[in-house]
Design a protein around this ligand. Structure first.
Ligand SMILES: [Zn+2]
Ligand SMILES: [Zn+2]
Length: 363
């Protein structure tokens, strides 16, 4: 069988359509016809060579939902259900080694130094080539964890669970106390920030405030966020006062950086209460250092600072549950749909922040 895919051959050059032949597959692998591929903000950086993990040539795209074409031998999903042709599935975009210290002793497999990721560090040079989601089909190797998803959910709504959704769940999962009754401030109103807001609210947070700069995005969020703060309308000091007003002058219990910009931390420290927790989840590529006052920002306030890197299996399962129980909301996030041959345009829309969530469709 032959399938088309959009390949990044050189950084900073447009992706080009190529065809790949798929023949016999290793036992336990699954050939999947793509139904929807998400265009992630990090794909824009990867295409420019800003992610140190990425080799070329590569088929980009690490968010996907598809329909099974063929299973080589037997394969079960995370619930123990056998995978069959025509099943709709999502999968864990990362493959970890299950042998290193992080996989076995520390039980933090998402930090596995041998982690391979579809569309990020798995080249299409060698067979079976189709290891990224900007393609008509993808080959899921035997190690890939898959999860069946319901037929009645729009696949485009679910792709967000692959990356931003799972990462948001990893961030919230890393808190040492339940969120019920807590105040949460989220910096950034892209897919990650919105996902974190929906999840925090459904986990019982008393106040979820989101700081963003786009009126359209704030409009989408208004149905499920308690407080929307447009940073173009309020100064940094006014934003801080607003958060203090909402939290009995303490500051937020939890601040989540979902802006993808280290500079957001300078504001975030001032929004946290003493003893609060700062989850840094949006920064995904190397950036310039920022000046932090260790005494004032960290020690004096007794802040817990946590970097959140990607996600693990359970976070994917949690994220899929969040999407399927709020489907109409997540379908509203998809502002742009493109065809596979329009991927370069889709990346431009995401880079220029014209799309909240852009999805490649294959019908
Ligand atoms: Zn991503
Ligand atoms: Zn490992």
């Amino acid at each position: 069988m032959r399938f088309r895919a959009m390949v990044l051959e050189k950084f900073n050059e447009p992706l080009r359509m190529k065809e790949f032949e798929v023949g016999e597959l290793p036992e336990g692998s699954v050939l999947v016809r793509m139904l929807a591929s998400g265009v992630c903000g990090s794909d824009v950086h990867i295409a420019k060579g800003e992610d140190p993990r990425t080799p070329v040539p590569i088929i980009l795209g690490h968010e996907g939902v598809g329909e099974v074409i063929e299973v080589a031998g037997e394969k079960k999903d995370l619930n123990g259900e056998p995978i069959k042709p025509n099943d709709r599935i999502i999968w864990n975009r990362g493959i970890v080694c299950r042998k290193c210290y992080w996989c076995t002793v520390a039980k933090q497999p998402h930090l596995c130094p041998n982690r391979k990721v579809y569309g990020i560090n798995m080249s299409c040079k060698d067979y079976p080539h189709l290891l990224g989601c900007y393609a008509e089909a993808v080959v899921l190797l035997p190690e890939v964890e898959v999860l069946k998803i319901p037929e009645n959910v729009d696949p485009a709504s679910v792709v967000i669970a692959s990356c931003s959704g799972a990462t948001a769940m990893n961030a919230l999962d890393s808190l040492s106390e339940p969120l019920a009754g807590k105040s949460v401030v989220i910096q950034g109103i892209g897919p990650l920030g919105i996902f974190a807001a929906v999840a925090a609210k459904s986990m019982g947070a008393s106040i979820v405030a989101v700081i963003g700069g786009s009126p359209e995005r704030l409009g989408v969020a208004k149905d499920f966020v308690d407080v929307l703060i447009n940073r173009r309308e309020l100064s940094e000091e006014e934003r801080r006062k607003k958060i203090l007003q909402l939290t009995h002058n303490r500051g937020a219990d939890v601040v989540i950086e979902a802006a993808g910009d280290s500079r957001a931390l300078m504001e975030g420290f001032n929004l946290l209460r003493r003893g609060g927790t700062y989850l840094i989840a949006g920064v995904a590529v190397p950036q310039d250092p920022i000046p932090v006052s260790v005494y004032e920002n960290l020690v004096l306030k007794g802040i817990t600072l946590r970097g959140v890197w990607v996600s693990d299996t359970k976070h994917l399962v949690q994220a899929v549950n969040v999407v399927t129980s709020h489907e109409s909301l997540f379908s509203k996030l998809i502002t742009h749909r493109f065809r596979l041959e329009e991927v370069n345009e889709a990346l431009r829309y995401v880079e220029e922040r014209r799309a909240l969530k852009a999805v490649i469709h294959f019908e």
